[in-house]
Design a protein around this ligand. Structure first.
Ligand SMILES: Cc1cc2nc3c(=O)[nH]c(=O)nc-3n(C[C@H](O)[C@H](O)[C@H](O)COP(=O)(O)OP(=O)(O)OC[C@H]3O[C@@H](n4cnc5c(N)ncnc54)[C@H](O)[C@@H]3O)c2cc1C
Length: 452
């Protein structure tokens, strides 16, 4: 008799979500996992990433945390500052995190996270097959077995259709799986689901520069060397803008990620979400920030400025149709202000493996119910964090007025050791909600209830 591990699984996209899903399934004994990735390799985004304890917990259970931890930097404190003056609004000690949640709050290089996940997958060469330079151009059917069209970049190889037992759309913010799912739902005669046609990508009118400064560039600047050697995240905030910065890669690189109003993409005619930015334009955006920030930005190598358009999506009515499910940015893209986008994609992958491994049989109807159980464990939490990230950004970006005065009162109270942190990722209550949640345990404990 076929077991769940005999199911033929297709994963569209080898980002953090797709890689985690493949690895988590292989660790549960799944034997037939195909990952289709349009890029020719994992890609190399020269950027840092926060590795929150809820992400670390999953990665540890998948056996890949050690390698990531070895290359990462432990964050012990965070400082929120006025961008214009460098005056400190709040200083939050984060050393308690390891004791409370079992993992340190670390920051690392994206290449380290993706690379270690990929290496983890390569431990299962018989189970996981990667198809790089291969684009899934169309999802044709959702049930009982999903069928999709695969187009290899190599023109000598013809496009062909593939049928799997389960298809996961881990294809990011521009997900074609999500688009196909929404089209299918909109074509449904049921007027309650036809409303999904209105659910669309939302332009946040915000963009981000992602920058890395190498230790060699600041070797003559004692103040910046100290930042690089520190175990601190700093956020400089201003009206509609901020910069978050921390050392990564064993303190050899200083990572900066900014948020600012999107003017460059808005003015451009092309539809890509990433572009080489101009250093002069970047410096202009933060021209009124303090001399320390000015100096940091001056070290950014010319030609190394990458700007991202920040987009989110209206909440989806469902993440699952037939035997197809969405995960990661395909279904819950978020503003980066809580540093939880990839962490939530990693949680998705872990939960998917739990629910599929618990299947009592391999019937498409059971697969569908298991995927709905995944959605039940994940959807409310993921959307709550998307909303919280947006709210945190709004608070950080306030201009002069009553709301900012109220926020700054909170910062003042915090300096006296009381009250919440307006920069939500550093708030202990928020951390309890995010880091204290064990998604694998939740999926195991609630599976029977949700599957019923
Ligand atoms: C400025 C910024 C800072 C951030 N900081 C953090 C942070 O500190 N911590 C954190 O947890 N998160 C952070 N995030 C969020 C995080 O980067 C994303 O949420 C995460 O990478 C999403 O992973 P994913 O696998 O869902 O999607 P992606 O990483 O977008 O992966 C999707 C993959 O699918 C492939 N693909 C797409 N379409 C097709 C197709 N048709 N066929 C085949 N392949 C396809 C793509 O090439 C890509 O490799 C940040 C994001 C930004 C923009």
């Amino acid at each position: 008799m076929a077991t769940p591990q005999d199911l033929k699984i297709a994963i569209l996209g080898a980002g953090m979500g797709g890689l985690t899903t493949a690895l988590a399934l292989a660790e549960k004994g799944f034997k037939y996992i195909d990952v289709y990735e349009t890029a020719s390799d994992l890609g190399f985004v020269g950027a840092g990433i926060q590795l929150a304890p809820n992400m670390a917990r999953v990665l540890d259970r998948l056996g890949v945390w050690q390698g990531i931890e070895a290359e990462a930097v432990n964050i012990e404190e965070t400082s929120v500052r006025v961008g214009a003056t460098n005056g400190e609004l709040a200083h939050v000690d984060l050393k308690y995190i390891e004791k409370t949640y079992g993992y340190k709050h670390m920051v690392g290089h994206r290449a380290s996270l993706a690379g270690n996940l990929y290496q983890g997958c390569l431990r299962h060469p018989d189970a996981i097959k990667f198809h790089f330079s291969t684009t899934v151009s169309k999802v044709q059917t959702f049930s009982p077995r999903p069928t999709f069209t695969v187009t290899p970049r190599d023109a000598s190889q013809p496009a062909h259709d593939v049928t799997a037992d389960v298809l996961f759309g881990a294809d990011g913010i521009k997900s074609i799986t999500r688009a196909a799912m929404l089209d299918e739902l909109a074509a449904d005669a049921d007027p309650t689901t036809a409303a999904t046609a209105a659910v669309a990508v939302k332009d946040t009118q915000q963009a981000a520069y992602r920058i890395m400064i190498h230790q060699d560039q600041v070797k003559h600047d004692a103040e910046l060397r100290a930042l690089l050697a520190s175990n601190q995240v700093i956020r400089w905030i201003g009206h509609k803008r901020h910069i978050i910065a921390y050392p990564v890669s064993q303190h050899t690189l200083y990572n900066l990620s900014t948020t600012q109003p999107d003017s460059n993409f808005a003015a451009a005619t092309n539809a890509t979400y990433t572009t080489r930015g101009s250093k002069a334009a970047m410096r202009e955006v933060f021209a009124d920030f303090c001399p320390l920030v000015q100096r940091l930005l001056s070290y950014v190598p010319e030609g190394d400025v990458c700007e991202w358009k920040l987009r989110v999506h209206e909440p989806l009515p469902t993440w699952v149709l037939g035997s197809v499910a969405l995960l990661g940015d395909a279904c819950h893209p978020t503003l980066p202000h809580l540093a939880q986008g990839a962490a939530q994609a990693v949680e998705d992958g872990a939960v998917i493996a739990v629910v599929l491994a618990r299947l009592p049989n391999t019937e498409p109807a059971s697969v569908h119910r298991a995927l709905k159980a995944y959605e039940q464990v994940r959807k409310t939490r993921a959307y709550a964090l998307v909303e919280m990230a947006a709210a945190s950004g709004r608070a950080l970006h306030l201009g002069d007025g009553a709301a900012k005065a109220e926020r700054d009162k909170q910062f003042a109270a915090l300096r006296q050791g009381q009250g919440p942190v307006p920069d939500k990722w550093a708030d202990a209550e928020v951390q309890r909600e995010i880091y204290g949640f064990d998604c694998i345990q939740e999926a195991e404990e609630r599976f029977d209830e949700y599957f019923a």
